[in-house]
Design a protein around this ligand. Structure first.
Ligand code: FES
Length: 115
């Protein structure tokens, strides 16, 4: 992935409790990344539920419970911690969303280089 593709958005584009999807890569199976902000934390996860492999959302950027406290899978209702990605309720206890490492540089949210 080239550095230009690593840039996702400004931190200020994300509300204090919000989540947005970004897509990187080409072809039939691009990487779908959920960027979720929970207070000062900005975390990234692959948009694929560990229960049945569906995308979490049915509508664009529709990832959070009404109170904004958890990520929710719209297929069967699994709830996930927005910081760790751990399933905290629903049909996949003990599973977690796959993490996508992010970094914040000069107020921009970027994909972090692999370690
Ligand atoms: S696919 Fe997400 S809860 Fe079933």
């Amino acid at each position: 992935m080239c550095p230009a593709d690593a840039d996702l958005c400004a931190v200020g584009d994300l509300g204090p409790r919000s989540a947005r999807e970004f897509t990187r890569g080409a072809g039939a199976w691009p990487l779908r990344i959920i960027v979720v902000r929970a207070g000062d934390a900005v975390n990234g996860f692959v948009n694929r539920c560990p229960h049945a492999g569906h995308a979490l959302n049915l509508r664009p950027d529709d990832f959070l419970t009404p109170d904004g406290a958890q990520l929710i899978c719209r297929s069967h209702g699994a709830l996930f911690d927005p910081v760790t990605g751990a399933c905290i309720a629903g049909p996949c206890p003990g599973a977690r969303l796959e993490s996508v490492p992010l970094e914040v540089v000069a107020g921009r949210v970027r994909l972090a280089a692999p370690r």
